[in-house]
Ligand binder design. Structure first.
Ligand code: PMP
Length: 427
């Protein structure tokens, strides 16, 4: 093993000393993770955790999966980096592979390094293509931390209060705890229609996650995005699908917009594409791609190491049937969460999502109490060897988004332990 470990207290102290004070913390007593092996990670004391968070949907093929890392390492030893003024094969092979799996006429790919950068590129592309400046975004969406992507981010905790781009109009998300999905989708659509009527000719694009991740695992009614797309088309407004969290099999479809039978104009992708190695992209049609009409290159975008890794990821997802696995085992996990909701109706108010993109919303006398309960459960689950996530506007949604390679036994084990923890906190 590499190096010796200074221990979690020392790491936390150094973070406090050298990182920006805003750096987010998840746990009260956060483990120092030093090693990963498929669905497991290990802390500095050798304790094993089953990972049900996958670094927020990233490590879809499992931690340090040799089927992928061996190809990454071989490329690292052969050629690490050069500029786009020379020709290299991995990036074009990857673009070709993406064209095979992208929906509709999407066949051009621009490579970058992070989700934020992919969305930033997609938003700029939409402006250049339409000659319009405005954007529409959904309440509680999350799209990144660059200026433009933060401007279209609806979640208050991920926005600065000032200095953001003002040409963004937010509409209601297609979810409301007291309404059916159909009713909430109607309200969201009415808002969209109103905004388009008022200023549709100034709007370049609407950006949306097909299933909101950080917003709390919000999956709209099945007809929602079809109606959205039809409305946008009337006004020449593009639809950007942010598939950064949902892409590459996690939801049981390769891209989550497939659940809604919609082909967006631009798709942004990141996270799972690299299984932990930075690689991201935005893809579009021949026609729209023409609008990015300035020489534009990314130093690291499409570098051979990232591209080879992404090719290995796509191979692995296909050969191991991970998309189908996410659909079937995700349904098994969801059924387990639903049975816990039946057992603890006073704690769990909703179980939602699809595939391995699942959330369990927790209740309390108020939002703060529900948030505190979520933290208690996360901490207790971690101590018992399970890493799960949390999200939602009130930070009160337990998030289950494991590597797609987890087994039915891992799931049953986690549900048994979660049952014990819920029993304990309900006392
Ligand atoms: N979009 C979505 C849906 C995300 O979940 C995230 C990251 N959580 C981003 C964009 C930003 O990606 P990155 O952190 O790679 O910039």
């Amino acid at each position: 093993e590499q190096g010796s470990y200074i221990g979690r207290e020392a790491v936390a102290a150094k973070r406090k000393q050298y990182f920006y004070p805003c750096t987010a913390h998840f746990y009260r007593d956060s483990p120092q993770i030093v090693r990963g092996n498929m669905q497991f990670v290990y802390d500095e004391k050798g304790k094993e955790y089953t990972d049900f968070f996958a670094g927020v949907s990233v490590v879809a093929c499992g931690h340090c999966n040799p089927a992928i890392t061996e190809r990454t390492i071989a490329q690292l030893q052969q050629l690490q980096h050069t500029t786009t003024i020379y020709l290299t094969q991995p990036a074009v092979d990857l673009a070709e592979r993406l064209e095979e799996v992208l929906p509709g006429d999407l066949r051009r790919t621009f490579f970058v390094n992070s989700g934020s950068e992919a969305n930033e590129g997609a938003l700029l592309l939409a402006r250049m293509h339409t000659g319009r400046k405005g954007f529409i975004a959904l309440e509680s969406g999350l799209h990144g931390r660059t200026n433009l992507t933060m401007s279209v981010t609806g979640l208050p905790m991920w926005r600065t209060d000032r200095y953001l781009d003002e040409d963004v109009t937010f509409i209601e998300r297609p979810y409301h705890p007291e309404l059916t999905l159909d009713e909430a989708a109607e309200i969201s659509l009415k808002s969209l229609a109103r905004v388009l009527e008022e200023k549709g000719d100034t709007i370049a694009a609407m950006i949306a996650e097909p299933i909101q991740g950080n917003g709390g695992m919000i999956m709209p009614a099945s007809w929602y995005f079809r109606e959205v797309k039809a409305l946008l088309d009337q006004y020449g407004v593009l639809l950007i699908a942010d598939e950064i969290q949902t892409g590459f099999g996690r939801t049981g479809a390769l891209f989550a917009m497939e659940h809604f039978d919609v082909v967006p104009d631009i798709i942004s992708m990141a996270k799972a594409l690299g299984n932990g190695v930075p690689v991201a992209a935005f893809a579009t049609t021949d026609e729209i791609a023409l609008s990015l009409n300035r020489p534009s290159a990314s130093t690291f975008g499409g570098n051979p190491v990232s591209a080879v890794t992404a090719l290995a990821v796509l191979d692995y997802i296909r050969t191991e049937g991970l998309q189908e696995r996410a659909a079937s085992l995700g349904a098994h996990l969801k059924a387990g969460l639903k049975s816990l909701q039946e057992r603890y109706p006073a704690l769990i108010s909703d179980v939602r999502g699809t595939g391995f993109m699942l959330g369990a919303e927790l209740t309390g006398v108020d939002a703060a109490a529900a948030g505190a309960l979520t933290d208690d459960i996360l901490e207790e689950m971690k101590d018992r060897g399970y890493l799960i996530g949390k999200n939602g506007i009130d930070r009160n949604v337990l998030a289950f988004q494991p590597p797609l390679i987890v087994t039915a036994e891992d799931i049953d084990g986690m549900i048994t332990v979660l049952d014990e923890v819920l029993r304990q906190v309900s006392k």
